[in-house]
Design a protein around this ligand. Structure first.
Ligand SMILES: Cc1cc2nc3c(=O)[nH]c(=O)nc-3n(C[C@H](O)[C@H](O)[C@H](O)COP(=O)(O)OP(=O)(O)OC[C@H]3O[C@@H](n4cnc5c(N)ncnc54)[C@H](O)[C@@H]3O)c2cc1C
Ligand SMILES: *[C@@H]1O[C@H](CO)[C@@H](O)[C@H](O)[C@H]1NC(C)=O
Ligand SMILES: *[C@@H]1O[C@H](CO)[C@@H](O)[C@H](O)[C@H]1NC(C)=O
Ligand SMILES: *[C@@H]1O[C@H](CO)[C@@H](O)[C@H](O)[C@H]1NC(C)=O
Ligand SMILES: *[C@@H]1O[C@H](CO)[C@@H](O)[C@H](O)[C@H]1NC(C)=O
Ligand SMILES: *[C@@H]1O[C@H](CO)[C@@H](O)[C@H](O)[C@H]1NC(C)=O
Length: 506
């Protein structure tokens, strides 16, 4: 929706009395403070400044529901207007326009961010959906990707050309949502976190200026944006390392166990994990979940191996020996691994539109007592509240070989000594009388995980955080890290324009 340029630009000389002064506004981005901007006004003023194909619309538009749908419906951001840049150069203009109108803005890509700090947002959504280009460089060692790329897309596009890179494990989530906070997934044993592969970020800063962030330019920001990146800018594109795929298929195996195997299972998982020494080819995770037709909640576990079944077998045999009630496996190309392991773009785990109350903890080894306590709590709650039956306890155990190979001081990401990622998601269709119950459950679960590792401080991976944790749990307990981040935040985002995703506060 585009409107012809209108001449009525205004400069706010007094707080709320705009004075028309067209000549002082040559770039069309005029300073105004207005209580409520309609989407029509924004379209008529900003629209002509953006490239062909850019979109601006409000709640009355048929595209609104799709553009503002979110994974998490509990305390979501309040979106008033959607602006969709068609080219990267639109983004600085949108940010400058928003700033001059005192209009908060938020980059939204796949809308799977679920921290409740997003609920403080009230303003203009910058929709990254048209910025999805991927170009492999001439030397075939990196790719330039735009800010709206996402997991399933990147995996498929690179694979088709013979390459792979680190992404999250779920097809539905963006690359930058995870990557700006680190980014965990199946290739981290080999290539490290998503952020470990970043070479260069093209960033629009809080004031609307466009800069290159790398180890040669804005080096301090490059440090900060690999772990705390949501706080500092909008990445319109980025250059990241890629690797030749080196194999045609991965092996996967999904097993389901009854609860009586719980202690034996976590004993074997601890042996396999080796306290942070799991072989780089192995990635796996599991869940406590309620399966139809089986009375007690079951333990589902899904293994993947970057290689052949034959090479995987010695690692997986002990799990077969425990005795399972369900088995399925296969050798599939890498793009098919996520759906095979229930994290494909169409799987329930990715599905938008539910309340998802969650909590997280980072661990090194499983504590068997804790794992049993959390199982019992899960069982008690789904029996007592049938509406919560689709809730999950999700436990991820990827190799950390590639993660530990990177100097922890070299990036803001603070958790290279967390080897296991724990999360509980209490999921239900909106029913506010369940909210307090859900929070009590997830807090109790988190407390159990943390009590099970009394010698370690609690951590909350920033992309799994609910938003109610202390800042040290997101960005690290070492005082130098927070001090450095706070100084950079003051320098690059003094007005807190990027304060909606687990913000650095001081
Ligand atoms: C089903 C599911 C699976 C997940 N799996 C993984 C996983 O395997 N590994 C992992 O590490 N994490 C995982 N996560 C967590 C994930 O990293 C976060 O939820 C992340 O915020 C999702 O990014 P998004 O683009 O989908 O969401 P969005 O809500 O669109 O983005 C989240 C935030 O990122 C920022 N942002 C987005 N795009 C840009 C940009 N171009 N420039 C600057 N800032 C930007 C904004 O602050 C935004 O609020 C998963 C989450 C879900 C819901
Ligand atoms: C929703 O929007 C996305 C882009 O953001 C688009 O790819 C998709 O086709 C849309 N879906 C529907 C049902 O309109
Ligand atoms: C998009 O990608 C294609 C192919 O990779 C490339 O030729 C083209 O220049 C890219 N366009 C932009 C705007 O980056
Ligand atoms: C795991 O390894 C860490 C060092 O990486 C060590 O501090 C810790 O004590 C080990 N834990 C166990 C249970 O062996
Ligand atoms: C909401 O949850 C409460 C508490 O479990 C339950 O009694 C009620 O029936 C639920 N309401 C709906 C509409 O499902
Ligand atoms: C395991 O968890 C229990 C219960 O919280 C705790 O008492 C115990 O110390 C933990 N064990 C280890 C080895 O940390």
């Amino acid at each position: 929706m585009r409107f012809p340029s209108i001449a009525a630009c205004a400069l706010a000389l007094a707080r709320s009395i705009p004075v028309a002064l067209a000549a002082s506004c040559p770039d069309g981005l005029c300073l105004k403070t207005r209580a409520a901007l309609s989407s029509f006004q924004v379209a008529s003023e900003l629209g002509p400044l953006l490239s062909k194909g850019a979109l601006i619309f409000g709640p009355e538009d048929p595209r609104w529901a799709n553009a503002t749908e979110r994974y998490q419906t509990y305390l979501p951001p309040n979106i008033r207007i959607v602006v969709e840049p068609a080219v990267e150069a639109d983004v600085p203009i949108i940010v400058k326009y928003a700033n001059r109108h005192s209009l908060p803005f938020l980059a939204v890509n796949r809308a799977h961010g679920y921290t409740i700090t997003l609920n403080k947002f009230d303003g203009l959504q910058i929709n990254m959906a048209q910025l999805r280009n991927i170009t492999i460089s001439n030397d075939r060692e990196s790719a330039l990707m735009q800010g709206g790329v996402y997991g399933a897309q990147v995996i498929q596009a690179l694979w088709d050309q013979g390459y792979v890179t680190s992404t999250g494990s779920c097809g539905c989530v963006g690359i930058l949502g995870p990557g700006l906070g680190g980014g965990h997934g199946r290739y981290q044993g080999m290539y490290g976190l998503v952020s470990d592969a970043f070479i260069k970020l093209n960033v629009v800063l809080a004031d609307g200026s466009a800069v290159t962030v790398s180890d040669k330019s804005h080096q301090d920001l490059f440090w900060a944006m690999r772990g705390a990146g949501h706080n500092f800018g909008i990445v319109t594109s980025f250059e990241t390392k890629i690797w030749p795929k080196n194999l045609d298929t991965w092996y996967y195996r999904n097993l389901i166990f009854t609860q009586d195997k719980l202690e034996a299972l976590f004993t074997e998982l601890n042996k396999l994990g080796g306290n942070g020494t799991q072989p780089k080819e192995l990635g796996h995770y599991g869940m406590y979940l309620k399966a139809a037709g089986i009375a007690d909640p079951v333990i589902w576990w899904s293994f993947s191996y970057t290689g052949s079944q034959e090479d995987a077998e010695p690692y997986l045999q002990p799990f077969n020996d425990l005795g399972y009630i369900s088995y399925d496996d296969g050798n599939v190309p890498y793009p098919d691994i996520a759906p095979a392991m229930q994290t494909g773009i169409d799987d329930p785990l990715c599905e938008p539109g539910l309340e998802r109350i969650s909590a997280t903890a980072g661990l090194q080894v499983f504590n068997l007592t804790t794992q049993r306590q959390i199982y019992e709590l899960y069982e008690k709650n789904i029996n007592q509240y049938p509406e919560l039956v689709n809730s999950w306890v999700v436990m991820e155990q990827y190799s950390v070989e590639g993660v530990r190979a990177v100097d922890p001081a070299s990036q803001a990401y603070p958790m290279r000594d967390d080897y296991l990622l724990m999360a509980i998601d209490v999921d239900y269709t909106t029913n506010h009388s369940l909210d307090a119950i859900a929070f009590e459950w997830v807090h109790e679960t988190r407390d159990l995980w943390n009590a099970g590792q009394p010698e370690r401080k609690p951590t909350a991976y920033v992309n799994y955080a609910m938003g109610d944790e202390p800042i040290e749990q997101w960005y690290g307990w070492e005082p130098w890290r927070l001090a450095k981040l706070r100084a950079l935040k003051r320098q690059y985002d003094p007005h807190g324009r990027f304060n909606y995703y687990n913000p650095i506060t001081y």
